[in-house]
Design a protein around this ligand. Sequence first.
Ligand code: EPZ
Length: 428
Amino acid sequence: MEYLEIKGGRSLSGTVRISGAKNAALPILSATLLAGGGFEIDQVPDLQDVRILLRLLKELGVEVKDKGPSGLLLDSEKLESFEAPYDLVRRMRASVLVLGPLVARLGRARVSLPGGCAIGARPIDFHLKGLELMGAKLEIREGFVEARAKRLIGAHIYFDVPSVTGTENLMMAACLAKGKTVLENAAKEPEVVALGEMLREMGAGISGLGTGTIVVEGSRELRPVYCKIIPDRIEAGTYLMAAGAAGGELVIENCIPEHLETVIIKLKAAGLKIKEAGPGRIKVKKRGRLKSVDVKTQPYPGFPTDLQAQIMVLMATAGKLSVVTETIFENRFMHVAELKRLGADIRVEGRSAIVRGVKYLYGAPVMATDLRASACLVLAGLAARGTTLVQGLEHLDRGYEKMDEKLAALGARIRRVRQKGDISRDCT
Ligand code: EPZ
């Protein structure tokens, strides 16, 4: 089994380069199903989730070729299947993003229902109801959703709560529908906007990107394009917080500061010195003990749920008491029990975690349960006195490109260890 061995207490310094955004790459790669011919996608992150989606696209008949270090050439001219099998969808729930494009392009799709995950039930009812409103006939059978539509018809769709992949799935489907589709209370995340801009390049008539109301004029046909994936704001936010956890001074390059506005406001309030250092570069410095701040996750542009676990590490050793409230997912505090093993003083009350700052965290073996919890435990290991062993790296590798190597290059004492058998919880 594999784990990360982290010897904490060492501050970080240097420059870290941010990779392409996982949550932009997944919908953008899925959108290549909408048009035959040669797509060129650049700055694709080398992540487990992306590898699984590429495997699915190949099984559907998409031709996928490498082009340089982080580039891909894709061609969906000859699609051979409309089925997304369970073993791929259960491992990467965002595979559901092929549903809208397949129904729109082929008139048919058979996609395994993704099932829940560690952070919540993660239903896809908005995706399905939206497709039905657009005229698709849906059937749930043997754990699959089967969808058929001669040609989708534009519809007025309202999301009870903004859904990122729900907005993405239906926006893609609407691009080949007959007539106009309005997506009301749509998600405003930069990854949704990036997908919409690519769809526009492909010839779709889309307006309202980044607002709560997206309007799509359907076309008969779309064309393949070049697209460069935007930098990953959650990875960038994670490295800002790595400086907050370990101390020191970092430059984060290849990022888009305005995508991190709320996060930077919150981190500055906690006492981190953050300023722009040229195009696409942010400088962050930690001086002294951080102050406790309250955090409440919200849809974009609010504080992102994908950085909730990471900021909790900073609050665990901050001055006083911080209330961290998770409003998006119903079970996204799995990292709390692990942080308490490192000496954190945290009490969960419903959707809020009450974090009382302690002077130090102390290293111990911990287990990651989901993607962002794994990043949080790495940051905790950087902050803790002594050695922390982080298990469950399959979660980390889903969403962070070479995180241990990037941190080691910044001076962290971190190494990936492969050994037989499990680590006993008692060893230190
Ligand atoms: C996307 O997940 C991201 N994943 C998540 O990132 C991110 O945390 C989340 O958006 C934030 O909203 C990708 O983009 C691949 P939602 P998604 O639909 O689209 C409810 C990470 O760590 N809902 O925006 O699945 C849902 O239960 C991952 O990178 C329904 O009720 O999330 C939640 O409470 C984790 N019915 C809320 O909406 C639906 O049909 C927002 O979920 C869809 C969603």
